[in-house]
Design a protein around this ligand. Structure first.
Ligand SMILES: Cc1cc2nc3c(=O)[nH]c(=O)nc-3n(C[C@H](O)[C@H](O)[C@H](O)COP(=O)(O)OP(=O)(O)OC[C@H]3O[C@@H](n4cnc5c(N)ncnc54)[C@H](O)[C@@H]3O)c2cc1C
Length: 402
């Protein structure tokens, strides 16, 4: 009977979001038997209900993780490169650009900063990759519902009544992680009363591989390059505003919304046309008190949530994965044991905390309403940018390279 089934595996991954699917491909490709479960079957087409309208800009260091997982070759044909990160301050009396500064990847190397992809497309290619990996058992429609851990291993109960004994449980089950709670790991959460709208647009002027963050008040308005769409130039947009304003914007009739977003974009790419639905995401900063418990490792949003500034979120998650995989491969005989998990928390937690502090500061600076503070923000940006070593250090820190 199903109730009595007990499977053993090296790794059980709770959660098949972008982070969990990447982890399953990475561990499976590295020779670990891996089961990945998620109650929500992945939505793999843009037009389907529940499709994730966000995009992910994978920064340079993430490509190595995707390559090792056998994912990069599948994704590369759909990549929109990010060559320049442009920051515009439009915090003056009128909503127009008053300070523009370009961070060019060419100052660091021959490669772009990163590559942007729609999240629904990532899911499609990742699920297809898992089907090629004999060591991976992906089970959509199934949740983790129980966790009992011992020094020798963890036993996880699944919503279909089956049980799995794993040497390591990887929690990739999002900001309300079941595994994190079952393991008794508390979180510290800061809410901003702010929401992000995520959608795609087309526009008459080319983006020229420039990702642009425009600051006025309420939070940044970011245009991120996408490949052309039906012969038209296209970008993804993340528009952060105070909660009530974001809800108002999300409910506006399309022509009014298009006029509002074109004005907020300072008209940079010409009139913007909405080509997908608008999805709304509450903004928060959240960090788990530690990233591991007995036989359990937290990765991605189960471990940390930050506002989408500087394309950090999922890139931090792939850095979690890279660290965990490196430790697992270095000493596979002791997978999931206390020393390995202590090393994981020791390496990742301080790095994540530092990034969380930085992003929290940038978000608060972008939200400011009073004019004197907006003027100060523009002044600080101009001053930091004018110092070349500082500019290079900021770029390298943003990428997560030393
Ligand atoms: C508007 C916006 C734009 C962003 N842009 C970027 C960007 O450009 N670059 C970047 O790096 N990051 C970006 N991020 C952040 C990034 O999208 C997130 O970090 C990432 O999607 C979170 O992935 P995840 O897999 O941890 O969580 P989720 O996508 O939430 O996945 C968690 C999964 O766990 C499953 N689950 C829940 N409970 C259980 C259970 N009991 N058992 C099994 N499974 C379970 C859920 O069904 C879900 O599929 C952005 C975020 C937002 C809000």
């Amino acid at each position: 009977m199903e109730q009595q089934t007990l499977r053993t595996t090296d790794i059980l991954i709770s959660g098949g979001g972008v982070a969990g699917l990447t982890a399953a491909a990475a561990f499976g490709a590295a020779g670990f038997t891996t089961i990945c479960v998620d109650p929500q079957p992945p939505v793999t087409a843009e037009g389907e209900a529940g499709a994730d309208m966000r995009t992910t800009a994978f920064l340079h260091p993430s490509r190595a993780v995707l390559e090792r997982a056998g994912l990069w070759a599948r994704l590369a044909p759909y990549a929109a490169p990010l060559q320049i990160m442009r920051i515009i301050d439009a915090g003056g009396a009128e909503p127009v650009a008053r300070l523009t500064r370009d961070f060019d990847a060419a100052d660091l190397s021959d490669e772009p900063f990163g590559w942007n992809f729609p999240n629904w497309l990532l899911r499609r290619e990742m699920v297809a990759r898992l089907a090629e990996l004999p060591l991976v058992d992906f089970r959509p429609g199934v949740a983790t519902t129980g966790l009992v851990s011992r020094e020798s291993g963890a036993e996880v109960t699944l919503s279909d009544g089956s049980r799995v004994r794993a040497r390591l449980v990887v929690a990739a089950d999002g900001r309300n992680s079941f595994i994190r709670e079952a393991a008794g790991i508390p979180v510290k959460t800061t809410r901003y009363g702010q929401k992000a709208l995520a959608f795609a647009v087309t526009h008459p002027l080319p983006h020229n591989d420039v990702s642009t963050e425009i600051h006025r008040s309420g939070g940044p308005f970011t245009l991120i390059p996408l490949p052309d769409r039906d012969g038209l130039h296209s970008s993804a947009v993340v528009w952060m505003e105070r909660g009530a304003e974001a809800e108002r914007l999300a409910a506006l009739p399309v022509p009014e919304f298009e006029a509002a977003m074109t004005a907020r974009s300072t008209g940079l790419l010409g009139p913007l046309t909405l080509v997908t639905r608008r999805s709304v995401w509450p903004m928060m900063t959240q960090i788990a008190a530690r990233f591991a418990a007995e036989r359990v490792a937290l990765i991605a949003e189960a471990a940390h949530v930050i506002p989408p500034i500087g394309a950090q979120g999922l890139n931090m998650s792939l850095a979690d994965l890279s660290c965990l995989l490196g430790l697992a491969e270095k000493d596979p005989a002791h997978l999931g044991e206390a020393a390995m998990l202590a090393a994981y928390t020791r390496r990742r937690w301080p790095e994540v905390k530092a990034r969380e502090i930085g992003i929290d500061f940038l978000n608060r600076a972008s939200m400011v309403e009073p004019r004197p503070l907006r003027d100060l923000r523009a002044g600080v940006l101009g001053a930091l940018y004018s110092l070349k070593p500082v500019r290079r250090t900021l770029m390298r820190a943003g990428l997560g390279v030393r």
